[in-house]
Design a protein around this ligand. Structure first.
Ligand code: V47
Ligand code: SF4
Length: 393
């Protein structure tokens, strides 16, 4: 265990005679790896200043991972943006009646995307999209089987609990049966989308018609019991209050205590372009950094904290590395539209390995390529990149 003396910044915090008593107790707890309560979580949101939170979250990050910062080489497939649901924060989806304004990829078109990466060292395909009434369980089983047959070494990570809930209900199979069918077809892990904010009062305001918290947690628990790893997200910075965020993280922490199946917690900043919540102002970068730090302190049983750079922008993502974050997701290769359509700075998100590794190095951290389940592939700390490599697409 690290001691305070290993962290001079934390020692300085404790010497501050004006430090709130509750915050001081939190420092003591964090440094002795004692779990924070929901009250502690709330106090951090209410009173924790940026420097205080950063110093503390960084101490935890260093205890867990040293200076390592993970990334992977991946691409996304978004089968469709046609969706039967009406989340008010979504800038991406089209209703079925307006489907000619959106896209619907066939299995062959999606296989062509996979084939574009033949011979390239990508390790993961991330498949997620809208909930299309005609893309059913059989369709996705065939897709997974065909990708697996074409490229068995590619890790198949796919489908939010929202997509799965609809897919299984439509196919009239239980969550257990449905997950097993997809797992047998090649699905290896699940992304963390669709969680938003679990509390029903907030769901009623922002995403009233899709799977609720209980359903979301049940699907992830079922995947964990099958031996699959999954991620968890939290969409923050819209109509929720601080205690809703703490409640959300608490529910995830409880499930993780039971299953240990979550790899990564991914806070997602609400972006407000071209959606029904465009009148809601976005959070400031300071608020974003505070939230990442609090997540690192609160989610003590989540091994990894990810800043998803296509949503935050690469500069803010780089800053989060000093606020508890130890993972930046992947190279992406301009294959996702969810955030560019919602107004993110990254309109064509793509970074090659050299660029991602440099971004991490410039923040004083060690870039380590990982696979989806965090096996280390290569440490890039001592790799020197050429000008061409850094400029290449
Ligand atoms: O659930 C949609 C979010 C999520 C907006 O597990 C928005 O590795 C901000 O979950 N502003 C889907 N966020 C994406 C997702 C994800 C992304 C990257 C990696 C992983 C992973 C998971 O996108 C949705 C929703 O919370 N979202 N619209 C918006 N306007
Ligand atoms: Fe559909 Fe997902 Fe958009 Fe909600 S966030 S409308 S479920 S695509």
């Amino acid at each position: 265990m690290t001691t305070r003396n290993d962290h001079p910044a934390v020692e300085l915090l404790l010497q501050d005679t004006r430090l709130d008593k509750g915050l001081k107790t939190i420092v003591e707890k964090v440094m002795s790896a004692e779990r924070l309560t929901t009250e502690d979580g709330l106090l951090l949101f209410e009173k924790g200043e940026l420097g205080f939170l950063g110093a503390l979250a960084n101490a935890v990050r260093v205890r867990l991972h040293g200076d390592k910062t993970y990334f992977n080489r991946n691409f996304h497939i978004e089968p469709t943006n046609v969706c039967i649901f009406t989340c008010r924060f979504c800038s991406y989806s089209k209703l079925y009646k307006n489907r000619e304004e959106g896209w619907e990829l066939s299995i062959d078109q999606m296989l062509d995307i996979v084939k574009k990466y033949d011979g390239q060292p990508v390790t993961e395909v991330h498949i997620v999209g809208g909930v299309h009434p005609k893309m059913n369980l059989d369709f996705f089983v065939e897709l997974l089987q065909k990708i697996r047959a074409h490229r068995p070494d590619l890790h198949l990570k796919g489908f939010t609990a929202v997509e799965l809930d609809y897919m299984f209900r439509k196919a009239k199979v239980s969550v257990e049966e449905g997950m097993r069918i997809l797992h047998d077809a090649g699905l290896q892990s699940m992304p963390g989308g669709g969680a938003e904010i679990f509390h029903s009062d907030i769901r009623a305001q922002i995403c009233h018609d899709k799977v609720d918290a209980e359903g979301w947690l049940h699907i992830h628990k079922t995947a964990h019991l099958l031996g699959m790893h999954t991620n968890a997200t939290m969409l923050y910075g819209h109509v929720e209050q601080f205690w809703h965020r703490v409640d959300h993280m608490e529910q995830l922490r409880k499930l993780q205590d039971q299953t240990r199946g979550f790899n990564t917690f991914i806070p997602l900043k609400f972006r407000n372009k071209d959606n029904e919540m465009a009148h809601v102002a976005e959070t400031s970068v300071v608020e974003d950094l505070r939230l990442y730090a609090i997540a690192r302190l609160y989610m003590d049983n989540f091994p990894h904290l990810k800043a998803y750079w296509p949503m935050l922008g690469r500069n803010t993502a780089q800053l989060t590395l000093s606020f508890g974050v130890n993972d930046l997701d992947g190279t992406i290769d301009d294959t996702t539209k969810i955030y560019s359509m919602a107004g993110a700075e990254e309109q064509n998100p793509s970074m090659n390995t050299a660029q991602l590794a440099m971004l991490i190095k410039q923040a004083g951290r060690r870039p380590v390529e990982r696979d989806t389940v965090y096996n280390e592939i290569k440490d890039y700390t001592d790799v020197v990149f050429s000008e061409e490599e850094l400029m290449a697409r």
